[in-house]
Design a protein around this ligand. Sequence first.
Ligand SMILES: [Cu+2]
Length: 664
Amino acid sequence: MKNNLITIAVGGLIVASAFQSCKPKSTSQAVTGDAASKVYVAPGKYDEMYNFVSGGFSGQLSVYGLPSGRLLRVIPVFAVDPEKGWGYSEETKPMLNTSHGIMQWDDLHHVQLSKTNGDADGRWVFVNGNNTPRVARVDLKTFRTAEIIELPNSSGNHSSPFLTENTEYVVAGTRFSGPSDNANGDVPISSYKQNFKGYLSFISIGKEDGKMDLAFQIECPGVNFDLSRAGKGVSHGWFFFSCYNTEQANTLLEVNASQNDKDYVMAVNWKKAEEYIKAGKGKKMSVKYAHNTYSDITHSATSEMKTEVLVLDSKEFTDLCYMMPCPKSPHGCDVDPTGEYIVGSGKLAATLPVFSFTKMQKAIADKSFDGIYDGINVLKYESVLHGEVKKPGLGPLHTEFDAKGNAYTSFFVSSEIVKWNVKDLTVLDRVPTFYSVGHLCVAGGDSRNPIGKYLIAYNKITKDRYLPTGPELSQSAQLFDISGDKMQMILDFPTIGEPHYGQMIMADKISKNQVKIFKIEENKNPYVTKGEGESKVVREGNKVHVYMTAIRSHFSPDNIEGIKLGDEVYFHVTNLEQDWDVPHGFAIKGSTNAELLIMPGETSTLKWVPDRVGIVPMYCTDFCSALHQEMSGYVRVSPATSKVPLQFSLGTNIPKVITAEVTK
Ligand SMILES: [Cu+2]
C-alpha cells in the first residue's frame, strides 16, 4: 500500500523526474545518520529559534521551536479559539468584527516579523486574513493579537502583509480585482476590463506602539496581485508586486489567465506616493471597514467602523508604478539582502528571471519603455533583467536568501528546493521535498542580514509521511540544514492547518521581553474586582453582573442565588494571582457560549443565559493547584416570577432567609 501511494505521488511528477534526476525512491532515503543530533533539544533546554507559521485555513498562527519542531503555542487571530476563549469572552468578541459583522473564521496566509534597519526586531508579527481582507498585528510580548484592520476595496487579500525595512508600512494587494466598494458594483461580470480595478493598501505602523492606520490606497489596473516584497538597501522606497491575469480574464482562469507569455512584476515607488499624499493629491473615497484594537490595560477590545480612504490613481501619476515583464504567471517576487536583485517566479515558466534594481532605475531614466499597460509604463524586459537562471526546475514559487550570496527557490511541480548563486545565476544544489512545497523560509531569509543555517519547506500534501489519520492527513514542514555547501534534510513535523508561510527569528530577541503577569493595580477593565472584599453581584434589569475573583483555590463568591429565567448573567472574572503561569479557568454547566481562561491580573467575561431552573455548578477549568478540584461553586436559578432575593456568599452558607424558605 505504501509503495502504491509513493507511485501515485511520484507519478504526477514524472515530468519533473525527467527534468531532474534527484528524486529519491523512498521517503526514508532522505535523512542521513547525524540528522537527529542536529535537531535534538534536550529536556529543559531551549530551542535556538522561534518559528512563526501561518495556520492557513485554521485562521490562526502557530509558534514552533527550532530546530526541535516542538509546537509551543497557537495564537488565535482570525478565528475563535476555545483554548484561549478568543472570540468567546465578551472582551475579545470585538476583535472579530468586520463591516460584514462578526467573522468567526478566516484564511491566514502570510507572516512577517516587524523590522528595524531591515532585520527582524522581535516586536510584532503581522499576518493577513485572505478571505475577508484584514491585516493583524500580534504583540510578541504577550503572543496575543493586538490589532486587526479590515481593508476596503479588496478581496482575496493575498499579497499581504509585507513590510518595509523599518516597519514604516505594511502593504496588502488585492488578489481579486473588482469595482470599488462605494461604486455601484452591480455591473456585468463581462465588463471586467472597463469596471474592475486592483487596489494596493498601504497601512502605516506607529513607531513606538505599532498602531496601524490605513494611510492610503493606490488604484491600479484590474489584474490579480499575488505576492509582494519591499525594496531594501539600494531599493528602499520601492515595493514589488507580482501580477498575474494581465489578460484580465473573468472565467476559466486556469486557461484564460495563462495566455500571455509574460505577465508583470509591478514596481511601486511608495516614497513618491507618500509625497503625493502629503501634497493633498489623494482623493477621498467613502467605504466601510472595521478597525479593532485590544488593550492589555483594559483587557478588552474595541471595534471602530471607519468610512473613508485616500486613493491615488496610478493612471494619474505616471512616476508611481512601472511594469516589469515577467515570464509567465508570476507568483513569488522576492528581494535579495542587498536590495539590488528582485527574483520573479513565473509559476508556469521554465526559467527564473532576476531583475536588477539599478538597471530598472536606468530604464526609467532612459524611458526604455515597451508600451503602456492600462495607463502604466511597461519597461523593456531586456533593459531591467540581470539574467535568468536556466532550467532551475519546474514551477518556481518562492525565493529566500542566505548570508553567503545564495538563493533558495521552491519548486512546486518538481517538488524540490534549488540553491543558486544570486550573482552568476548558477545552480549549486537541489534537494527533494515530500511533497509539493509551497513557501520556504530561510532563517532571516527576507532580511538585510540573513542568519542562514536553517531552511524550512512548507508542504501542501504529506501522503505517506506520517501515520494515517483518515481521509485528511496533516500537512507538514521540513527542516534543512543549509550551513554547508549541500542542503541536508534533518527533520519533518506535522503542522496546524496549512503551513502556508513562516518566519524564523533568534529566540533571545523575543524571549527576554515576555510579559509574565498583568499588574492587578494597572487593570482598568470596567468590571475588574481587585480583591475578594470587592466581589459582588449586581442586578440591572434582566442583566446580572457577577464581579468575581479567582485565586488558588476558590472563586469569590462561590454561592449565588436569585438568578431568574430570562436573566443574562455576566461573570466578570478577575484572576488575582500575581505569579507567572497561574491562569484560572471558568466554566458553568449549560453555557452555550464558552469557557474562559484568565491570565494573572486579567479580567475576562463570560455571558451566560440560563435555560432552566435548578442548581447549576461552575468550576475552574485550568489545573491550578493541589486543590484545583475544589475550586467550584453553585448558582441557583429560579423561575422568572420567583421572589428569591439576589444574594451571594463565600465561606458562609447562604442567607438564613433562604434556609427558612427551603425548610418551610
Ligand atoms: Cu483554578
